[in-house]
Design a protein. Sequence first.
Length: 142
Amino acid sequence: MKSFFFDITNRKSAVQLFRYGVVGVATNFAGYMVYLLVTYFGGTPKTTMSILYVVGAALGFIGNRKLTFVHKGSLLGSGIRYIIAHCFGYVLNLILLIIMVDKLGYPHQWVQAAAIFIVAFYLFITFKYYVFKEIKLPSRSS
């Protein structure tokens, strides 16, 4: 497997990263605005993040499968791998909130904003090389 940083120099990876950013900005901006609104009116940060994470992940599957990676493989297979990837992404987000907010006392609004980018980076790599990986068909030799 090529290094992510080496591979990103090719056009296809750059286009995928751009499309991932478009899908991510659309879903995460809307989700973050809802997060701020719900927590402002008394919702707890971790519960709010948990609910919005599931909603955002569901919407992101469609956008990333169709637009970002133009995946033609198995819907069920990629769906299962997507859920696994997001389970790890969710745990990463939750750990960031627990450590940075509960233990170190940083404002949850800023921690969650940073967590969006940290988890997004992890997910792009995971989606590209695990969830929506290209299936190389054997070449036909005559």
